[in-house]
Ligand binder design. Structure first.
Ligand code: NDP
Length: 337
């Protein structure tokens, strides 16, 4: 596959230009570009520059407010809300993070509800940033309805990712971030684009039959939750947390509200942060957790979630990134050159 090499700084500048060219102001464009570049840095291509055409489509259609001014308010002593003003999620997150950290440190636990945002990114940046400030954190968001309930044929749940991060003072936090579908939608789209098959269990075709053809899944078929009904229960839990709990859209409501521009769904996100120092073991939590991690890692072949991304950082800082040629061409077209 032909690719174009660029530095992370070049990728960031390109993302900013694409977004600003199509109606985002500098603050919103920079916040999205930060997240997209972090995904490229960590070799998470499905949430990197690959997403820029979708972000731009939503600016062009007028669905997303590229000049959003997210506003923070308190719903309860430990519950912070950010009204996203119909903008992309990254700026809303930035705006709400300090209040979440402060409430979690003073109360031991706190939640941040982001409303009226458009989320199109990986979730690990949310939780990793909190773990770097000493907090354990969960994050959840929904999507469009792509995943069937067990036994069903009609997609009802989003691919509904969930992320968790654990702080390790003096070390990198442990972070996992996973969709509740067998595969992330973006990975299936990339497989369709590149003519690759996907593993069995990723989805069904329009007749409800298991298929390895990503196009059959995307074209009238549906995705499957990981682990059968157990993953589907987690997808349902995420719908309840980011839809019913915080008063935002369920995945099928997001679809009903959407204009089909190919960009992200409108909806909410819930982040829960815990300060381990305020729970039973005080400062002992870190050494105790390390006992677990060290024992896991003493078994050959085991690694911690998040370690692949961290290794990728060394590589991309040194060598830059490789952007698929057709994507690079699309991005150049978006900036009008
Ligand atoms: P993966 O299956 O690629 O990875 C899931 C997690 O498992 C990662 O934390 C990964 O860590 C870890 N992992 C993978 N292999 C191992 C291993 N051998 N040992 C230990 N840990 C391992 O992710 P998904 O395909 O499920 O999701 C991809 C992304 O898509 C996520 O970032 C998610 O947030 C995003 N997404 C976003 C949506 C949205 O609407 N905004 C919707 C759905 C998904 P590592 O990274 O180090 O490999």
């Amino acid at each position: 596959m032909q690719s174009v090499k660029m530095s992370l700084e070049e990728a960031h500048a390109l993302a900013v230009r694409c977004l600003m060219q199509h109606g985002a102001d500098e603050e919103n464009a920079r916040a999205v570009a930060d997240i997209v570049t972090a995904a490229e840095r960590d070799l998470c291509h499905s949430h990197g520059l690959f997403r820029i055409p979708g972000y731009v489509a939503s600016l062009k259609s007028g669905k997303v407010n590229g000049k959003a001014r997210p506003a923070v308010s308190d719903l309860a002593p430990s519950v912070v809300q950010v009204a996203g003003d119909g903008g992309f999620a990254p700026l809303a997150l930035e705006v709400g993070r300090a209040a979440l950290v402060e409430r979690a440190k003073s109360n031991g636990i706190a939640a941040l509800a982001l409303n009226d945002i458009y989320h199109f990114a990986a979730l690990w940046p949310e939780t990793e940033a909190l773990a770097e400030q000493g907090l354990a954190a969960f994050a959840f968001t929904a999507a469009f309805p792509y995943v069937v309930a067990p036994g069903g044929r009609t997609p009802i749940f989003g691919t509904n990712p969930m992320a968790f991060a654990w702080p390790r003072p003096g070390k990198h936090p442990m972070v996992f971030d996973q969709a509740s579908s067998t595969m992330a939608r973006g990975e299936i789209m990339i497989a369709a684009r590149d003519g690759h098959s996907v593993p069995y269990g990723a989805g069904i075709d329009r007749n409800g039959k298991d298929t390895t053809d990503p196009k059959a899944i995307l074209d009238g078929g549906a995705q499957l939750a990981f682990g059968g009904y157990k993953g589907a229960a987690l997808a349902m839990m995420v719908e309840l947390l980011v839809g019913a709990l915080i008063g935002d859209k369920l995945s099928f409501e997001a679809k009903a509200a959407d204009n089909g521009d190919g960009g992200p769904p409108v909806g909410g996100e819930l982040i829960i942060a815990l300060d381990p120092a305020r729970f039973g073991d005080g400062a002992g939590f870190a050494a105790h957790a390390d006992l677990l991690f060290e024992r896991m890692l003493s078994d050959d072949g085991v690694r911690l979630p998040g370690d692949r991304r961290r290794k990728a950082r060394e590589e991309t800082a040194r060598d830059g990134i490789h952007v698929q040629e057709s994507l690079s061409r699309t991005l150049q077209e978006l900036i009008g050159s």
